[in-house]
Write a protein that binds this ligand. Structure first.
Ligand SMILES: C[S@@+](CC[C@H](N)C(=O)[O-])C[C@H]1O[C@@H](n2cnc3c(N)ncnc32)[C@H](O)[C@@H]1O
Length: 195
């Protein structure tokens, strides 16, 4: 991972994202980074449970991806992260290089549902942070690719309750999963199935 101070890098990257989002008008140009406390919670969760095969849907400029890859780096894991925006894909590439974590991340550029259809498993953690309307179909495609012991995580439960309803309903149809919503940041849905 090199000698970089990843925590300091992440603080700077978050500040850059906030500054960008304050001045750009178009939503597609905003970075919409995860709240730092949510990102840190994911980092602790993934590190402590030694997640090795992590999928992130919604890379943006790589802020949350860096947190996930940093967690994975502790125990030989890796991350696949998807975003359809080529400019953000390039930013994430540069940011992960700067963080010294690029080799742990497979960045994929394109529509998440299409990419997921061709992805191989097993995955032991999926983090949904993109187009919430597509998430139910993505869960369906991912089910056969999930490890027996797996987390399904999704942000924006409190901030976008209407948009995330379909995803939460889909989770309700999966009785093997224990679920809760943590009121951290914009509201994090945590679903866990044990082996
Ligand atoms: C909220 S941002 C992700 C923020 C990022 N996880 C972070 O914390 O730094 C959502 C991202 O999802 C991407 N996105 C939205 N819908 C998508 C889709 N259907 N397929 C691929 N990417 C998508 C957008 O381009 C955007 O960069």
């Amino acid at each position: 991972m090199g000698n970089i101070d990843v925590q300091a890098f992440l603080e700077e990257l978050y500040a850059q994202g906030q500054a960008n989002d304050a001045h750009v008008q178009e939503r597609g140009q905003k970075m919409l980074n995860l709240e730092p406390e949510t990102a840190q919670f994911l980092h602790i969760l993934l590190r402590s449970t030694r997640r090795k095969h992590i999928l992130e849907i919604g890379t943006s400029n790589g802020y949350s991806t860096t947190w996930l890859a940093w967690a994975a780096s502790e125990h030989g894991g890796h991350v696949v992260s998807i975003d359809r925006d080529p400019h953000k894909h390039e930013l994430a590439d540069a940011n992960l290089r700067q963080a010294g974590l690029r080799e742990l991340v497979d960045l994929k550029c394109g529509d998440a549902t299409e990419i997921i259809a061709n992805l191989s498993g097993p995955l032991d953690c999926v983090f949904f942070d993109a187009d919430r309307y597509s998430a139910p179909a993505q869960v369906g495609l991912l089910l056969p690719k999930l490890a027996p012991d797996v987390f399904l995580l999704a942000d924006n439960v409190i901030s976008h309750p209407d948009e995330i309803t379909g995803y939460l309903k889909t989770l309700d149809e999966l009785p093997q999963f224990e679920k809760l919503v943590i009121p951290i940041g914009k509201g994090l849905s945590v679903a866990y199935r044990s082996a």
